[in-house]
Design a binder for this molecule. Structure first.
Ligand SMILES: Cc1cc2nc3c(=O)[nH]c(=O)nc-3n(C[C@H](O)[C@H](O)[C@H](O)COP(=O)(O)OP(=O)(O)OC[C@H]3O[C@@H](n4cnc5c(N)ncnc54)[C@H](O)[C@@H]3O)c2cc1C
Length: 359
């Protein structure tokens, strides 16, 4: 969408067909919501009935904490269903002039020596090849593009946690809640979302995954029962199916090379505990488009602009990564790391915030 809006010819391929769902509890931090606003898409998201999350309460060691918000901002964090959010983003890309081919599975990039020259894939059972000046792998943490170009991985850490979530009716909307339940060594995330439903996730240490999955429903409800009043509410409602994973790798990848780039989870993946993946992907999409435009327009050598993309991404992501991993490992978060996390979150807010605020 961002490249098409700058006038570039964009071919957007995805193996899914839209609207599509993906495994995610889909909380979007303010820095992500502000980007939806500046892209002109926030009204569309809100019009789907996605409730603003007026408060976020952290329940920790007997304390209920509501982190202060920047004053007088007209936005709240949101947690739109991915069926809703992804569809709006795809439609906006098409509206901006991108050609969409969904149901198109990329098998691998094509090469001329070391340089990526396009993609090879399958669409409607047919083999298809397309050429491009740059191939951008926005294809998630198991990125085929990253694998084919052998994108170097660094700052890799072991998988620390697992999570299971589902959607319930009948849960009162009192904003978002994050519980750290020391007595059962589990966390609970509660995010009101579209259609009057509430996404409730339960997570824990990776070593407990097998035991938890041996009886998902009963283990999930046992944890839910530690949150006062929640079990009674969900018992009075209906739920969707349980979705869960222990596939939570933690890594950075070099996000560019000859004829290719990576963005979103393909370039950087972290545990889901801080709910940062979508906000990270939005931020990095802007950085990447800036770099490609600087290079393609001749304002800067492309390689230098792409190195700057990686530097800017890492500069913000590293302190977020550190705290995310400390939280996921169940460690007490180091206060100095937390200060850096807060500063990075603040730096993620766009510089032209005062102008956006009046829109
Ligand atoms: C349990 C869980 C909970 C989470 N909760 C949150 C949360 O609350 N907030 C948050 O911000 N993030 C959360 N995340 C993380 C978030 O979902 C991701 O960070 C985010 O989706 C990354 O977006 P992306 O576009 O980079 O990749 P993805 O959303 O993974 O999208 C990749 C796309 O590439 C397509 N694709 C993949 N391979 C191919 C191929 N070979 N050919 C064609 N198309 C292909 C896929 O169909 C998909 O549409 C959570 C993740 C998990 C697992």
């Amino acid at each position: 969408m961002l490249l098409a809006r700058k006038g570039y010819r964009v071919l957007l391929v995805d193996k899914s067909t839209f609207p599509s769902d993906i495994m995610s509890t889909h909380y979007i931090h303010l820095a992500g919501v502000v980007r939806l606003s500046r892209w002109g898409l926030l009204d569309k998201v809100m019009a789907t009935g996605c409730p603003p999350l007026k408060t976020i309460t952290l329940h920790l060691g007997g304390l209920d904490l509501q982190p202060p918000r920047p004053a007088d901002l007209p936005w709240d964090p949101i947690a739109p269903r991915r069926t809703v959010l992804d569809n709006i983003l795809v439609e906006a890309a098409v509206e901006a002039g991108a050609e969409l081919r969904d149901g198109f599975s990329v098998q691998e990039p094509t090469f001329d020596g070391d340089r990526v020259t396009g993609i090879r894939g399958r669409s409607n059972g047919n083999a298809v090849e397309e050429t491009a000046k740059i191939v951008i792998g926005a294809d998630g943490m198991r990125s085929r593009v990253a694998k084919s170009v052998n994108a170097p991985e660094y700052n890799t850490r072991e998988t620390l946690s697992f999570g299971y979530y589902t959607y319930w009716t009948n849960v009162e909307n009192t904003g978002a809640h994050i519980y750290f339940l020391e007595e059962v060594e589990r966390g609970v995330l509660i995010f009101p979302t579209n259609d009057g439903k509430t996404c409730i996730a339960v997570g824990g240490a990776i070593d407990d995954f097998q035991e938890f999955r041996s009886d998902i429903e009963s283990n999930y409800l046992k944890v839910i029962s530690c949150v006062e009043g929640l079990l009674e509410q969900v018992r009075g409602g209906e739920r969707e199916k349980f979705i869960g994973t222990a596939d939570q790798p933690n890594f950075f990848r070099k996000p560019y090379g000859a004829g290719w780039a990576l963005v979103g989870d393909a370039g950087y993946h972290r545990d889901f505990i801080t709910g940062l993946g979508i906000t990270d992907a939005f931020r990095d999409a802007e950085y990447l488009v800036e770099a490609i435009d600087a290079g393609f327009s001749g304002r800067e050598p492309l390689d230098e602009a792409m190195a700057e993309y990686e530097r800017k991404r890492n500069d913000i992501a590293e302190p977020l990564y550190e705290v995310t991993l400390q939280m996921a490992s169940g460690e007490e978060v180091d206060p100095a790391a937390f200060m850096k996390f807060g500063a990075a979150m603040a730096r993620m807010m766009p510089a032209e915030l005062p102008a956006l605020r009046t829109k």
